[in-house]
Ligand binder design. Structure first.
Ligand SMILES: [Fe+2]
Ligand SMILES: [Fe+2]
Length: 264
């Protein structure tokens, strides 16, 4: 069997439009690209914010293997049911304060290898109490110093600077660092000098024609008049965005990181 592995890492699946586009098109993308493992950020599954059991099942049934998350992880109580069920393939940022229940990383078997997936949250421009993501990742890597397979990290963060610093600081120590949270795909996918694959933001699986997932109408009063608004998920131009990572198990190295940007 080939020693080449292909990982599809998708940006935040946003609301019904995101779930539907995944149901309709994920399989063809996986087939066309011989994908071995699909990871998607799922923090916006339920009406644009939070995770519900039904929505999670929908995207898993549609071909997502592992869900990562972010600041919206606990927005819906339903997520506690998934945590109580002991589902191994839903991760949350590892630097949530101690005592918060949930999986902070996971090891997943893919054909002949194991893959370590870690989810982290940024601290810059984020109004939540996450501990230091750099120190958290150092701690996790120390714990898995004998781990032999690829290590993939979803870094859910607002600031480009924090994502860049994280990627360069851990270059060569992890296999890939993929930014999420802004919902806008960046064009800086590349392999860093010491071999780590990187992109500042994967983008989003959801309505491309929107304000990071929601309608302009439902948010504009906020910008024009500083008035609160009730965000409504948009529906037009469903898109799938992320990257495909090609990894050689023989060389223990990334061959390529290519962007996926499909607008339907
Ligand atoms: Fe998001
Ligand atoms: Fe987020």
């Amino acid at each position: 069997m080939s020693d080449i592995y292909k990982f599809l890492f998708l940006g935040d699946i946003f609301g019904k439009t995101g779930r539907e586009v995944i149901k309709e098109h994920l399989n063809e993308i996986k087939k066309q690209n011989n994908i071995d493992l699909t990871i998607a950020n799922v923090e916006n599954l339920a009406h644009g914010a939070g995770i519900n059991k039904k929505g999670f099942k929908e995207v898993i049934d549609a071909g997502v293997d592992i869900g990562t998350s972010g600041n919206h992880h606990f927005q819906r109580k339903d997520v506690y049911k998934l945590i109580e069920d002991g589902i191994p393939n839903l991760l949350m940022p590892a630097n949530y304060p101690e005592g918060v229940p949930g999986n902070r990383f996971g090891i997943f078997k893919v054909r002949d290898i194991e893959v370590l997936i870690i989810n982290l949250h940024g601290q810059v421009l984020i109004n939540q109490n996450f501990s230091n993501p750099f120190k958290t990742l150092e701690r996790i890597l120390r714990k898995f110093c004998d781990f032999n397979g690829p290590i993939l990290v979803d870094f859910h963060a607002e600031a480009t600077s924090e994502k860049r610093a994280m990627s360069l600081y851990f270059d060569g120590k992890i296999t890939g660092l993929f930014g999420t949270h802004t919902h806008i795909q960046t064009a800086d996918n590349r392999i860093l000098p010491k071999g780590t694959a990187y992109i500042t933001d994967l983008g989003m699986c959801g309505p491309y024609d929107s304000v990071i997932g929601i309608t302009l109408d439902s948010v504009i009063d906020n910008f024009l008049y500083s008035l609160p608004s009730k965000f409504e998920p948009a529906t037009s131009q469903p898109s799938i965005q992320g990257v495909i990572l090609e990894y050689s198990a023989k060389d223990k190295a990334v061959n390529s990181i290519e962007r996926v940007l499909k607008i339907y």
